[in-house]
Design a protein around this ligand. Structure first.
Ligand SMILES: *Cc1c(COP(=O)(O)O)cnc(C)c1O
Length: 549
């Protein structure tokens, strides 16, 4: 019997394998089929369904990840890291002692490790001296080995060199060798300005894209990554994947970290990360230990170094660990991009004179309840990054005014139960915002404590704020109507009350006027104006006789 692709290139043992039969997930049925406990373990909060085996591919998680990666759930396999996807590919397609994979060194080491474990051969088509991909070498290797060369691993952006592969090379490969699996490892795609190959997968059945949550989404310890491929390939891989690779706490942790509300915050983090990479790229060029900084589309930089031993001693003094690649690549070290503060320390170890810049004051807060799901990121030192979406138009407008007049950056997303009313959304956003501001203020080194009077047409608002660490709130004002747009007027004092609680600030407002819209707007703008000097770092002392705030 002749098998159709990709069955014809899979290992015989896998074709003949009966998939391990397991029920994952819980239904309404009385489950007496898997020797599980009928009771949830104590304490019950957060451990619902821990007594039940999970699905092999938890459907909520698969759907969320398919959404994030712009593909369909049946085209996606989620495993314990992209690492597991690599391992499963080897085990599914490479017959021991017979088949081969192709790699383009220097590259990620795990492809070859998995091949060795599986007993598959490793063919090399090394990168050019400038670390670009050499199309001719790849084609020659494939032509020479033909049917036994099952998988080509291409890493883009490549670890550890940082460069990306040209799409034409990939298109040519997929077309010229339709029986061979062409894997693009996009572990660092979020940091790259190159378009993902996921869209190309739709037209190339033999193209497989790997992605990970470990790098851009800060979840390395949770272990999750995906393979995105033709559903026929995914089905074969699922026969090899263990029955319960994703523990329920892991599924929960991922869904919590990747809520739709959190995505704008991730985007902000990534863009700061990329700008730090650009900054380090330039600054490290000035290091007496660095000959070349290779251009990178990832969250690391490859360095060609001089006086490497001395540099390593310096790094040790500062307790900075970077990756040594000298065994495979003479004089080469790889440094990951850290937070702005961490990068300053690294630069000092590299002997780069840094102008003592003030740290960037960023604060985040996340809050999830049955009523709202909120993510806030505030940047007190960069007012350009503002994106607000609460689902309440008037409220968005007010928060924008607050950030604009306070001259701070505010990224705030809320998925709230606005179909009931605006109450929970307005209150919970205020609470979360207060925590984010508090986190951004840190030690409150050098900040001021001020107030403001604002006139808006017939309205006048007096706003005084003291970032004292103690919550207190006085609100004087009477609104002529009960709503402004979709915003209930009674929620205006409630917003400031909630904010003062989590921020730890005394807020005093006195507002007089004849138009509810003007009055509410004057309060938000006025608070922004009062906060602006309060957030300013004027000196280097804490503005309190107690020394702490
Ligand atoms: C980090 C890394 C991986 C592994 O990612 P996990 O999802 O943590 O297993 C895969 N490929 C490359 C190129 C990497 O650098």
């Amino acid at each position: 019997m002749t098998l159709a692709w990709p069955q014809n290139i899979a290992r015989k043992a896998i074709i003949d394998l009966h998939p391990y039969a397991a029920r994952g997930g819980a239904t309404q049925a009385l489950h007496l089929d898997a020797n599980e406990s009928p009771w949830a373990p104590p304490p019950v909060t957060g451990t619902e369904e821990f007594n039940r085996y999970p699905e092999q591919q938890p459907s909520n998680l698969r759907a969320r990840l398919a959404d994030i990666y712009n593909t369909e759930p049946e085209k996606l396999m989620v495993g314990r890291g992209a690492d597991e996807a690599i391992e499963i590919l080897l085990r599914t397609f490479c017959e021991a002692g017979q088949d081969n994979i192709l790699i383009c060194p220097p590259t990620f080491g795990y492809y070859a490790s998995c091949a060795h474990i599986q007993g598959a051969g490793v063919i090399e088509a090394p990168l050019n001296t400038d670390y670009s991909y050499n199309q001719k070498r790849i084609h020659t290797a494939l032509s020479n080995h033909d049917a036994t060369l099952k998988i080509v691993f291409l890493c883009s952006a490549n670890n550890p060199t940082g460069g990306v592969i040209e799409p034409e090379i990939v298109i040519n490969l997929c077309k010229s060798f339709p029986q061979t699996l062409i894997v693009i490892d996009e572990a660092y795609a979020e940091f790259s300005d190159q378009e993902s190959f996921i869209s190309m997968q739709k037209t190339c059945a033999n193209l497989i894209v790997l992605r990970t949550l470990s790098k851009a989404y800060s979840l390395a310890g949770v272990r999750a990554g995906v393979a995105i491929a033709d559903p026929r390939i995914i089905d074969l891989m699922l026969k090899v994947l263990p029955p319960y690779p994703i523990p329920r706490p892991v599924e929960k942790a991922i869904l919590n970290a990747l809520t739709p509300a959190a995505m704008p915050v991730h985007a902000q983090r990534i863009s700061l990360w990329v700008s730090e990479r650009e900054r380090l790229q330039e600054a490290l060029q000035k290091s007496p230990y660095v000959k070349t900084v290779y251009p990178s589309q990832a969250n690391f930089l490859l360095l060609d170094t001089i006086n490497t031993e001395t540099l390593l001693q310096e790094l040790k003094k500062y307790n900075v660990k970077i990756r040594d690649f000298r065994e495979a690549m003479p004089h080469k070290l790889r440094i990951s991009i850290g937070s702005p503060t961490e990068n300053e320390i690294a630069l000092a170890a590299f002997g780069v004179p840094t102008t003592p810049t003030k740290s960037i004051r960023i604060g985040e807060a996340h809050r999830a309840t049955k009523e709202t799901n909120i993510s806030v990121r505030i940047n007190l030192d960069n007012s350009n990054d503002t994106a607000i979406n609460t689902g309440n138009g008037f409220y968005d407008h007010m928060l924008e005014a607050l950030a604009k007049h306070g001259e701070f950056g505010l990224v705030l997303t809320c998925e709230g139960d606005t179909h009931i009313d605006a109450h929970h959304t307005i209150e919970d956003c205020a609470l979360t915002l207060g925590i984010a501001i508090k986190n951004a203020l840190g030690s409150k080194l050098g900040i001021g404590r001020f107030g403001f009077v604002i006139a808006m047409d017939e309205t006048q608002a007096n706003i005084a704020i003291d970032l004292s660490g103690r919550a207190a709130m006085v609100f004087k004002g009477k609104f002529p109507t009960d709503h402004a747009g979709d915003f209930p007027a009674e929620m205006c004092p409630h917003f400031f009350e909630s904010l003062s609680q989590t921020l730890g600030a005394a807020i005093q407002i006195n507002v007089e006027g004849k138009n509810t819209h003007h009055m509410i707007e004057a309060c938000f703008k006025g608070l922004g104006r009062a906060l602006k000097p309060a957030f300013k770092r004027e000196g280097n002392t804490i503005p309190s006789t107690k020394g702490v705030l």
